[in-house]
Write a protein that binds this ligand. Sequence first.
Ligand code: FES
Length: 157
Amino acid sequence: MAFSEDLKERIKKIMSKYETKQSALIPVLHEVQREYGWLSLDSMKEVAELLSIPPADVQNVATFYTMFFTKPVGKHIIWLCRTLPCALRGAQQVEHYISEKLGIKPGETTPDGKITFFEAECLASCGTAPVMLVDDELYENLTRKKIDELIEKLRAD
Ligand code: FES
């Protein structure tokens, strides 16, 4: 894999904001993931080369944080909070409902590649539990009706 000139330019711009190239690792990984949807081994190697760090260091960071995907994911990502306040407000029933609707379990992607469903720890909106993050948008006080509408929208996209 070779990054496009455009992506390399964006990476250089990110690196220029940091004192050392290595400090730019996390934002660079975000940029690469934005471009490809996930971080392949080849793209991690290329990041390592650009930042002059060992590929294993890049891989360690990419596999440590749940926000980085090291295998392909769907076009849309659902993160359902499962921490206690959400659990007390029905997160487990929400999980079952979403799994049933999508025909997948947490950690899986729908066969059409549209939606990946993950469980998450507290999304910092406990007062409006149960909540989920879909792509970058927070959905609160979840009900079956809200979930139905949202999934319909994601499937149509
Ligand atoms: S516990 Fe779900 S948002 Fe905090």
